[in-house]
Design a protein around this ligand. Sequence first.
Ligand SMILES: Nc1ncnc2c1ncn2[C@@H]1O[C@H](COP(=O)(O)OP(=O)(O)OP(=O)(O)O)[C@@H](O)[C@H]1O
Ligand SMILES: [Mg+2]
Length: 359
Amino acid sequence: MDIKNLQQWMNNIKVTNLINADVEVVNNSPLVMMGKGRQGAVFQINNDICVKVFGNTEDCDREYYALSLGQQTALFPKLYGKGPLYIVMEIIRGVDLREYLQSQPLTQALSAKLIEMLITFKKIGYERIDHHKRQIYLQSDGSLKVIDVARTIWRDRVYPYPRKLLTSLGEENKAIFMAHVQEMAPELYAEWLHYIRMEEISREITALLLPQEPDKNKIKNLSNSLLTTADEKNYVNLLHGLVHKVFKEEWIKTMLARGVDPEAVMAEIDEHWDKLEQSFEQRHPVGEREYKGEVRFEGDRSSRGDRGRRGGKHFEGDRDRYSKGAKGGKGGKHYSGDRYDDRDRRDDKKGKNKNKKRH
Ligand SMILES: Nc1ncnc2c1ncn2[C@@H]1O[C@H](COP(=O)(O)OP(=O)(O)OP(=O)(O)O)[C@@H](O)[C@H]1O
Ligand SMILES: [Mg+2]
């Protein structure tokens, strides 16, 4: 839309963002300001058209894009033009929901319109399916329009239910709205309720934890029992165990990236590790080791007795993490649960060898 003088007016309006406050406006144009917020100030151009002037181009681009997503619906102001720091759009008239609800009841019909609004948000691709009641306008024909939509898109964090809408309604209307949702969309109600409860529980836990002062001295003293490097013998064993773990993880990642069957990866790892272990034992016969006796290639096996033989026990989730897609894989094998892990298998094998030696 070609608006005479628009560029000149824009040159004469300066909007600056402030932290946590409405923008600062210097208006040397003849335009009258209709309102302002933290992102911009809105000026009337004529009876039907206004211009929102922003403090920064990102907010401007964001709001323009969000409004453009909704142009095929009846919910948003029509767009007429854009500059780096301004958007020309339709003036939205009517009464905003905050004012309306001060004197009027939240009827089921109005609740239905609000749910429809959220459905439209989702349909046109908004990430935040939510809106403050202040930015929702009731038209004289009973329909809704919304303004100020920049924050519905390009977000890092979104809530899974319309938190802002619900809280902005206030306790009483929130309860009424929820009752309407329960009646009209019971599954949606159950989901929202779930999130609301989770949030309540989280809030209670935080309230409980925040004032608690941990006894730092006590923790410091007690935490000594978790230290591991002082006991050299044990330290070597733990380090071996850690390195093995890393080795195994990297190996599995590499193999799965190459598309190898997880079962084959496990078998190959066993074989490879056994070879390394053998060569370690050859190069470092027990008698020549600095830490005589107990040091083994892979961690302390003193617990082998109870672990190796159990078969089908816990394997710390490695397979879950590395198995591709759905559980199961080839031949209906399950990598997620009841099979013993590679360590157990290797221990079993050793158990057998050991038994053989003993005979
Ligand atoms: N299209 C419009 N038609 C009529 N009035 C509008 C329109 N857009 C904005 N306004 C008025 O200007 C005010 C500020 O607009 P808006 O809420 O979009 O600014 P904002 O800085 O993005 O706000 P926020 O800080 O909440 O993000 C609104 O509260 C409303 O009164
Ligand atoms: Mg805004």
